[in-house]
Design a protein around this ligand. Sequence first.
Ligand code: F6P
Length: 569
Amino acid sequence: MSSDTQHDTPASAVPAPVDPTATASWRALAQHEEALEGSLREWFAADPQRAATLTHDAADLHVDLSKNLVTPETVSLLLDLAREVGLEQRRDAMFAGAHINTSEDRAVLHTALRRPAGGDGPLVVDGQDVDHDVHEVLGRIYDFARQVRSGEWTGVTGKRITTVVNIGIGGSDLGPVMIYEALKPLADAGIEARFISNIDPTDAYETTADLDPETTLVIVASKTFTTLETITNARLVRDWLLSGLRDRAGITAEQEKEAVARHFVAVSTALDKVADFGIDPDNAFGFWNWVGGRYSVDSAIGTVLAVALGPEAFEELLAGFHAMDEHFRTAPLEENVPALMGMLNVWNVNFLEAETHAVLPYSQYLHRFPAYLQQLTMESNGKSVRWDGSAITTETGEIFWGEPGTNGQHAFYQLIHQGTRIIPADFIAFATPTRPLRDGDQDVHELFLANFFAQTKALAFGKTEEEVRAEGTEGALVAARMFSGDRPTTSIMAPALTPATLGQLIALYEHITFVEGTVWGINSFDQWGVELGKQLAKGLAPAVAGDEQAIADEDPSTAELIRYYRAHR
Ligand code: F6P
């Protein structure tokens, strides 16, 4: 934001959602969809400018929307809808710190985590000088990361740290692990990052089995510091660490407190609970309740990244996020890539009846990106009520899934090409390889990119009966070898996979999620749907432990399953 901002806008002041289905643009879109004729082959043939018209740049990302099942008129109607539901106003309210997370009466300010220090003018929300606090914590994280990376910070026995283990789940795991995997080539300080998330004890066991406790630093990352998986794993790893230090280095009971202080740090919004766990609050990095878990990788939750990849890489990542924020905040809707992609998703879900959405990175380093996006998109928009508590008025929340290309090509692409369902897909690729390798004369990255280009071409334009017959195919095989085409895709390219472009990519999908949520009237920033399972798991403990009366009190199916478990354990 370029001017001084001072905000205190409670949830009660947030306007009720507009019912998208009751708008004039929704009706126009429905009629337009009915009347839409032609195919991607025909549309491209009729309009030589189609690719240029429907391609846009956002920061360093180059985004081609032209292989979607839209005409320029569709896009224009979708933007009418965006305006009718108040997308721009809601976007501005989010950036300004209004409490658009109505069910928790909180601001939604992940975008403030990546504002440059002093560069954008002050942002004061609910009395908090947000920029000051964000940069104060960042400074502490960078100091800590530099100490660990230089060897100044050692374990309790004086040895240098060579492994950092992040313990967290959901937003406290998926973002850090995805980014670490994506930017692994930048891990230049001899420090490997590992991640424990699952309460399946094999996760903690396998992750620590070959580690040396003397050279291991543990980051316990939990926004609430109450999450069962994380706190249980933190205890398991503390026991592993202390017993290892006793056995290998002979530390005494008196030294245990110091050992925890040298080997454990915490990241949380609940610093009091960090102290209760036994971690020194001086070794804790805080963030704030206006950062949602799945939007938190650029908060202190990214400490593991600052340690393993370095503060400079983390800064570059934040700058990438910010560049996309600025694009989303300021670009006219006609050129605004997150707005356009979000509205295209609305078109695909609500008018073309797509149920799922594939994300297919042509980058092995992005192999965890689809999993990361699953939490971002589905925990955000998998809802049936609107932000005022009323029922949604149309389908919401696509099912996101995917795998890196080309692996997916030899697995599930068959269904995308020739199945009966429409599956919009985002293809992501980078012009420059992180690892340029040759196979004889062949640049292997070019071979890889040829696949990327070929897939979207095949999905868009298919293969006609004449083309199949022209290749000499006859009889029943003709139909099997035909491709209908008209399978919608978006191509996203960037010069290279760097911290900056990765930050841009993540922010792009954050804002796409916001755009869809706004059209559907959804509060994309709460997650009540995960509560029931947590509550029931706690209540089931006595039955699982064998309390016969507790088992008998369960429904017959659950009781039978627990009895099976008890008989076979
Ligand atoms: O699954 C629910 C959830 O609350 C996510 O939204 C969150 O990212 C995850 O659990 C972990 O929560 P915490 O960071 O508080 O441990």
